[in-house]
Design a binder for this molecule. Sequence first.
Ligand code: CDP
Ligand code: MG
Length: 827
Amino acid sequence: FGLQRRIDAYLGEYLFQKSKIKERFPDISFSRSSSSSSLATDEGLFEHPEPLASSKAVMEKILWRRSLQLCDQQRAWQDSPEGRKMLEFRKSLPAYKEKDAILKAISQSQVVIISGETGCGKTTQIPHFILESEIESVRGASCSIICTQPRRISAMSVSERVASERGEKLGECVGYKVRLEGIKGRDTHLLFCTTGILLRRLLVDRNLKGITHVIVDEIHERGMNEDFLLIVLKDLLPRRPELRLILMSATLDAELFSSYFGGAPILRIPGFTYPVRTQFLENILEMTGYRLTLYNQIDDYGQDRVWRISKQAPRKRKSQIASAVEEALRSADFKEYSPQTRESLSCWNPDCIGFNLIECLLCDICENERPGSVLVFMTGWDDISSLKDKLLSHPILGDPGRVSLLTCHGSMASSEQRLIFDEPKDGVRKIVLATNIAETSITINDVVFVLDCGKAKETSYDALNNTPCLLPSWISKVSAQQRRGRAGRVQPGECYHLYPRCVYEAFAEYQLPEILRTPLQSLCLQIKSLQLGSISEFLSRALQSPELLAVQNAIEYLKIIGALDKNENLTVLGQYLTMLPMEPKLGKMLILGAIFNCLDPILTVVAGLSVRDPFLTPMDKKELAEAAKSQFSNDYSDHLALVRAYEGWKDAERDFAGYDYCWKNFLSMQSMKAIDSLRREFFSLLKDAGLVDSNAITCNAWSHEEHLIRAVICYGLYPGISSVVHNEKSFSLKTMEDGQVLLYSNSVNARESKIPYPWLVFNEKIKVNAVFLRDSTAVSDSVLLLFGGSISKGDIDGHLKMLGGYLEFFMKPAIAEMYQSLRRELD
Ligand code: CDP
Ligand code: MG
């Protein structure tokens, strides 16, 4: 308890000092780095010139003069030859035809909803219209338009595009801001940012002072941040009657948003797309001489509907595809699957036919089809990168003289991004492997062929068992239509869905909004830090409210980890967690790593938990890969194994042997690099929160103490804890909620027959058919007792009761006794 008090006192002291200094010197900013990458919460989105001693009249005069300047600049550009050419292009977009109607609607009502086909010009044109018209009416210098994007990559690419439409460099009138990056200047009046950035701005400026227009883009995606932002903005509108809110969406459902905002007007931009010929799997197979049939079969479990593929007389032309199918038939699982219900759809695994079929279709398109780019929708980043590797070794598809093979996904570097918009050289076919990001956020202009694998990575959440799941799942009908539509933007196109039509028929109409399918812990913290009152009351005002049980689970979790006190108020720890934009448990680990001066390994652990698993397990080399991983561990911890793997990689990198090192040890080079950059990012976040100074030596004074690191990991991951129950030959694991649980086979602990510790803390449990634990670290009784949970000052007793509950449940006599004696002491 002395330890816990010290942690609380340590954190409390920081906040106290900060607030004292702030009281005396209100102008001081606590962001230590002055670069644009600063993440301090008190940083503004726009920097308006506000001369300290100026009177209102002087101020107005300055603004007026600058507005006139802006107006002159804009006119000069519009009259220049390049400007005219650009305007010509803009006028060809469907959104331009609605320009006057849109501006009129915005001037007449506070909230306007605009929907239109992807690519019609919503994202680039509508913010630009508003900016242009404000500048025309000599209000340019006093307008501040914010347009939020769900993804970094679209905020960056769109701002660049709009700046070039205005003949400007990025950072003049138009800028962008995403986490840890941004380009904006004193004269920036239109800012594209991620939704998260605007939410952070609301932390320090609840009324969005000085901002004239907020545009929320891609609301049809129903991301958690967007849904949350809408509740906050809905509350804000009456307080800021002159503020304008514009909601933009790609597909239908505009009525839902309109009625949420009291019948706000809806503008529909009529779109045009060329017809797209659609082929489902059976049509593709038919071209090759195979037939896909559905028939009823009686099996042990009763009647079931089963797919069979039978061979007809093969046709000549698409012989490559035929051989791909044959190849796939040799592999397991494809011949039979049952598409009866949405659940049983998951039995059908397109991956076993997927890669070969995609390769052959692409090859066929390259050899036999008319010119036009190809867009392939894949499940996630891992699929994209393995497919890319496969295609690069293909004689045609891997030949850069014939094919330009590109990828498009959310975490892409900006230099890589630009390539996907570029037109390929003559005779070269552009093939883009993309995630669902290319469905609506990003428009690649010259696409004629679309391949759709039908799946996307989706987070879901099982509130009943309080278990999050991240699994590839079937997309919705609306998404499938969007994907198809990408083929018909410039001329009639072709779309190949790599699944049968009846599977498509069983897709859900829309995807469930994120707020209904993910754990709500971070969201609840945000609600508290924005001082929005009771969490459940606030969330009941959402467009679609999450289940009460999910809300209660999240609140309960935050109480257990000590971020909220028993009255649901933010604790000191909670206040710090809101400054760290990551899962609370990871933030908690970082904070303690900083306090205990063992930051370096903890940075690696937290970064490693935020990226795709760096330990690769290729299907055909599973044993070898698992053995490679276990050589990094001799102490029952996946997290420590990662720390060692990373350190080894870092050493190898210094000798330019990083790639070999990864290859030899089955590590993903990409994940290693991602960990490297996240570590830097997290370090600067901690600096901004005032938890470390830049002296790397002090904050690593204890980094070699593995017991301490284990304890810090436990502090973060609690209550993710399972008890180790030994039997004669091996051990089993139990958690309080799920009973028996299993370890993922690539965990180092899964290879052990005995674990000389009584507990495993884990980062994540995932329900597939049984409940599996991913990444675990073994800890001792005393570590659990001291570092399990957070004892807020007023509630030591409550904490002990809960911990006691665990102990009783698992009947650990030694530790239960310790606990009893602690309680006696407390009494
Ligand atoms: O938002 P919406 O899907 O309605 O369309 P948009 O993103 O505003 O794109 C409209 C058009 O601008 C696209 O069809 C592209 O022709 C062009 N554009 C571009 O050339 N480069 C970009 N980075 C973004 C858009
Ligand atoms: Mg858009």
